[in-house]
Design a binder for this molecule. Structure first.
Ligand code: 5GP
Ligand code: ZN
Length: 112
C-alpha cells in the first residue's frame, strides 16, 4: 500500500522514534507547529478516525494513553493539545490515523 506512515512504521522510510511498542510508534512531526509536535501512529493501517471500527476501540484508548505518557515524559506541565484531523474538512493530509501532540507554547482556540 502506498502509505507514507505505513512506510515509516515498516522502516522503509527512516524516521527516529521517540517511542514505540507493539501497537504504535511516535515520531517528531517533520513540520513542527509547536516546540513539541509529536505524531502517535498505530502500526495497523486505519485511514482515519472516521474509518475506525469497534474492533479498534482498545487500540484507540491505547494511543491516547501513550500520548499522555509522552506528554508527561516531555514535561509539558503547562498543558498541551491532542488532535485527530479527520478527512478533508478536518484538514487530514496523511490518510493513516494519527494523533498530534502539540505543546511548549500557548495554542489559540478555535482552530482556523
Ligand atoms: P495531518 O495533516 O494528516 O493531520 O498530519 C500529517 C502530519 O504529518 C503533518 O503535520 C505533516 O507535517 C507530517 N508529515 C508529513 N510527512 C512527514 C514525514 O515524512 N515525516 C514526519 N515525521 N512527519 C511528516
Ligand atoms: Zn498506512
Amino acid at each position: 500500500m502506498d502509505c507514507l506512515f505505513c512506510k515509516i512504521v515498516a522502516g522503509t522510510i527512516p524516521s527516529p522514534r521517540v517511542y514505540e511498542d507493539e501497537d504504535c510508534i511516535a515520531i517528531a512531526d517533520i513540520h513542527p507547529q509547536a516546540p513539541t509536535h509529536i505524531l502517535v501512529i498505530p502500526r495497523e493501517h486505519i485511514s482515519s478516525l472516521a474509518e475506525a471500527t469497534e474492533e479498534d476501540r482498545e487500540l484507540l484508548g491505547h494511543l491516547l494513553w501513550v500520548t499522555s505518557q509522552i506528554a508527561r515524559d516531555k514535561n509539558l506541565k503547562n498543558g498541551y493539545r491532542t488532535v485527530f484531523n479527520s478527512g478533508d474538512d478536518g484538514g487530514q493530509t496523511v490518510d493513516h490515523l494519527h494523533i498530534h501532540l502539540l505543546g511548549g507554547r500557548s495554542l489559540s482556540w478555535p482552530p482556523g
